[in-house]
Design a protein around this ligand. Structure first.
Ligand SMILES: NC(=O)c1ccc[n+]([C@@H]2O[C@H](COP(=O)([O-])OP(=O)(O)OC[C@H]3O[C@@H](n4cnc5c(N)ncnc54)[C@H](O)[C@@H]3O)[C@@H](O)[C@H]2O)c1
Length: 386
């Protein structure tokens, strides 16, 4: 089966490599010849590193590269049975490309988008056959991250969904299904990890080093929220938060942080620019956390209950199944535990009590408790997710 990838940037290049590794004849198109050239060089160099490390044989690397063809004409994709678009995050440009694709490919070709933040339904609406359009959302770096969210638009037919799931699972990826709503699963449910941490810092309850330490020490997270957003890049992380917030009609739960906005304005984008919340200049000294156990537990539980509330809301609103939600958060953002398992462990009653305490303190709707959690307290039930 021929696979077409549109856009040879970070995501397109990775997805093309995955498809080629799975033995598909893979075509990758970009309207910028320089980008195509860079993609070819980067993929070859990445595979060479694997060969040098002994993780891949030379023959295998050559086989993968041999399966990828870099094309400068969209019409070369006419025989593809699955096309995954990974171009710039702009609805109008994506719509134009989808319309062009429809004129080239067969009626049965699945046309997917890797968008992080645009509604799949709105992209599908540009097409004459919207029922073959679907979201197939890889995580960065696509070659390494195991999770792929599959998001049917409201127009998508069962056959497209089934076939997409089969193909992506056959590439060795872990798939989860999500409803076409802002942020899908991971980019929605993970928001409080950043937002609540930033708010705790802005209120002066603790400094960033202490918050990072508390979440690693008490929660087992691999990176604290300040370290992690410095790593992701504040331009990228802030853009996702702002897009989820506005797409949810400015719901207070997703309200962005002014401190982070200022970093973006100052071009303090994190590690990639040498400065973010922390300073990465040579010789700079990382601030020390205040290792206070009581404070650490307070910080950790406040962030955790906000994450649990968001996870519960995603279940309540039928965004994903409980099982897929657990998989998404452990494989998409490497959380040490699924949030529903964590809720059971912390206790649903305690979760609700902490959230109610925050609501009473702030009178801010961001702390409103998900109705599902209230019902669970009444009925004394726990989450089931197997
Ligand atoms: N980077 C991430 O972390 C990430 C993660 C998941 C999903 N995504 C999504 O994947 C998509 C691509 O992101 P990226 O980070 O790879 O972007 P990128 O900027 O690295 O690459 C985009 C590529 O698309 C090309 N392009 C732009 N317009 C085009 C057109 N009309 N026709 C053909 N090619 C065109 C550009 O030349 C560029 O090479 C976006 O929709 C983004 O939201 C990104």
């Amino acid at each position: 089966m021929q696979i077409g990838i549109i856009g040879s940037g970070a995501m397109g290049s990775g997805i093309a490599q995955i498809a080629a590794t799975a033995s598909h004849a893979t075509l990758i198109f970009d309207n910028n010849p320089g980008a195509l050239h860079r993609s070819a060089e980067k993929t070859a160099a990445g595979l060479e590193v694997q060969v040098q490390k002994g993780k891949l044989s030379k023959d295998e690397a050559e086989r993968i590269l041999g399966n990828i063809t870099y094309v400068s004409n969209l019409s070369a994709c006419s025989n593809c049975e699955l096309i995954i678009e990974a171009i710039v995050e702009d609805l109008d440009i994506k719509k134009t490309v989808f319309r062009e694709l429809e004129m080239i490919v067969s009626k049965t070709c699945i046309i997917a988008t890797n968008t992080s933040s645009i509604s799949i339904t709105s992209i599908a609406a540009a097409c004459e056959t919207p029922d073959r359009v679907i979201g197939i959302h890889f995580f960065n770096p696509a070659v390494i991250m195991p999770l792929v969210e599959i998001i049917p638009a409201i127009q998508t037919n069962e056959e497209t969904l089934k076939k997409s799931c089969e193909i992506i699972a056959s590439w060795g990826k872990t798939i989860v299904k999500a409803k076409d709503t802002p942020g899908f699963i991971v980019n929605r449910v993970a928001r409080p990890y950043y937002g609540e941490a930033f708010k705790i810092m802005e209120e002066g309850l603790a400094d960033m080093a202490t918050i990072d330490w508390a979440l690693k020490e008490k929660g087992g997270f691999k990176m604290g929220p300040f370290e992690l957003t410095d790593f992701i890049g504040h331009d990228v992380n802030y853009a996702v938060t702002e897009s989820v917030w506005s797409a949810f009609y400015f719901d207070a739960r997703f309200r962005p942080s002014i401190s982070q906005k200022r970093l973006v304005e100052a071009n303090f984008l994190g590690r990639k620019s040498g400065k973010g919340f922390y300073d990465y200049a040579e010789g700079s000294i990382k601030p020390e956390p205040l290792k206070n156990e009581t404070l650490a537990v307070e910080i950790f539980e406040r962030v955790l209950v906000m994450l649990i509330n968001e996870a519960a809301d995603a279940i309540y609103m039928k965004i994903a199944s409980p099982k897929d939600l657990e998989t998404a958060m452990t494989k998409g953002v490497n959380y040490p535990k699924g949030l529903l398992a964590w809720a059971n462990e912390l206790g649903i009653e305690k979760t609700v009590s902490i959230l109610d305490g925050l609501f009473n303190k702030y009178h801010d709707m961001r702390y409103r408790v998900c109705p599902l959690l209230r019902v669970m307290v009444e009925k004394k039930t726990q989450f089931k997710f197997v």
